[in-house]
Design a protein around this ligand. Structure first.
Ligand code: GDD
Ligand code: MN
Length: 360
């Protein structure tokens, strides 16, 4: 007999939370034929071992251990695609989501909704468990951006707690972006027709054990997801990521330039230092993010970094050359500068993709 509900739990370094999660699901899902799939990205703390130890005693528990990969969204996708149940739920593995809401979500779906979302932003919900006022602010800004830019009619599009029919997930799977943390938003936006959505309030709990994995990289991935959705896939995701990293590099360049000047370094020297720091940072970010699937490791990093700096230097020459030529033809300085920068980034992207990272 297959289960009615598969609960997918992405986890990274959540060893201490695995057993409490199984116990909590067991208590919450009395009368439902459920199973749980922990999707672990080879956590160093032995999360997968903890899950497998329970799985050996309890056939409702499964574990997918991925190696050489990282990512909340992609972990959820793989866990959900391993299900043959009627419904799939997604819940964080750190006990911050309220599993006692799962039966209500199931009822909503059985009553005709296509997607049930655990929401902190409808009456009765609350996000008090966010770790700091900064996180709360960040969450609000993210939600505002997501709603405005995508027109998603959801009060908590950033929720990582939801349930849907498995066949709907299967239908949308190929259209998912799969990067970063925001798999729910990804799903909502992947649907060609608006979904019948029910939001079920819950109180976001503080984390009991372990720590959050949300970092600057995850935020950059969120920006990439939004841009990808706005452009409707017309521009390769890799290029968006590369361009975002480039924009971030400009910020680094200026910050270093100003810092060096403030301690009395001359403009020329300060700008040279800023440029080098930005290039190194961009190389590292692209290696971690844009090309995470073919990340350079070990000795190859140095060769890659050298090539990357060479490619970007040529890109800078092209950028300046084109901007100068256009400016000489009476183009406005903004237009000339933007055209130069556009040519530069396309050159850097195209050449470093083949030369530095050998993209397939
Ligand atoms: N497999 C895998 N791989 N799991 C991951 C990874 C990863 O790279 N990164 C994070 N996770 C798991 C964590 O172990 C945890 O179970 C869950 O994903 C959420 O990660 P946290 O690091 O706890 O994120 P958060 O608390 O800052 O934010 C979460 O809660 C928000 C509120 O619902 C996220 O799920 C957000 O998407 C969500 O909006
Ligand atoms: Mn969390």
């Amino acid at each position: 007999m297959s289960s009615t509900l598969t609960v997918v739990v992405p986890c990274y370094n959540e060893r201490a939370n695995i057993a409490p999660m199984v116990a909590a699901l067991q208590a919450a899902l009395v009368g439902v034929a459920w199973e749980v799939v922990f999707v672990d990205d080879n956590s160093p703390d032995g999360t997968a071992d903890a899950a497998r130890a329970i799985a050996r005693q309890d056939t409702r528990v499964r574990c997918i251990r991925r190696v050489g990969r990282r990512g909340l969204s992609s972990a959820v996708i793989e866990g959900a695609l391993s299900s043959s149940a009627d419904y799939v739920a997604v819940i964080d593995g750190d006990m911050q989501h309220d599993e006692t809401r799962l039966p209500l979500m199931l009822n909503a779906l059985q009553g005709g909704a296509q997607l049930a979302i655990g929401s902190r932003h409808v009456a009765g919900g609350d996000n008090a468990g966010l770790a700091s006022p900064f996180r709360a602010r960040l969450s609000d800004v993210g939600i505002g951006l997501a709603k405005k830019l995508t027109g998603a009619e959801v009060n908590d599009p950033m929720s990582g707690f939801f349930m849907l029919r498995r066949d709907l997930f299967e239908a949308l799977a190929a259209r998912l972006n799969g990067q970063g943390f925001k798999i729910l938003l990804d799903l909502v936006l992947a649907s060609p027709a608006p979904l019948r959505i029910v939001e079920i309030p819950y109180k976001f709990r503080p984390r009991a054990a372990g720590e959050s994995k949300l970092d600057a990289l995850v935020m950059l991935q969120f920006a990439g997801l939004l841009i990808d959705k706005i452009l409707r896939g017309a521009v390769p995701l890799r290029f968006i990521s590369f361009a975002l990293v480039g924009a971030f590099g400009v910020v680094i360049n200026i910050a270093v330039l100003e810092a060096a000047r403030s301690v009395g370094v001359s403009f020329g020297v300060a700008q040279t230092i800023g440029t080098f720091v930005a290039m190194i940072a961009n190389f590292e970010l692209n290696n971690q993010l844009t090309y995470r699937t073919q990340r350079l490791k070990g000795k190859k990093i140095w060769r890659g970094l050298l090539l990357f700096m060479l490619v970007c230097s040529l890109g800078a020459v092209a950028n300046i050359g084109i901007a100068n030529a256009l400016y000489a033809q009476n183009a406005s300085s903004v237009l000339a500068g933007a055209a130069g920068a556009a040519v530069g980034v396309v050159w850097n992207y195209a050449v470093s993709a083949t030369l530095v990272w050998r993209a397939r």
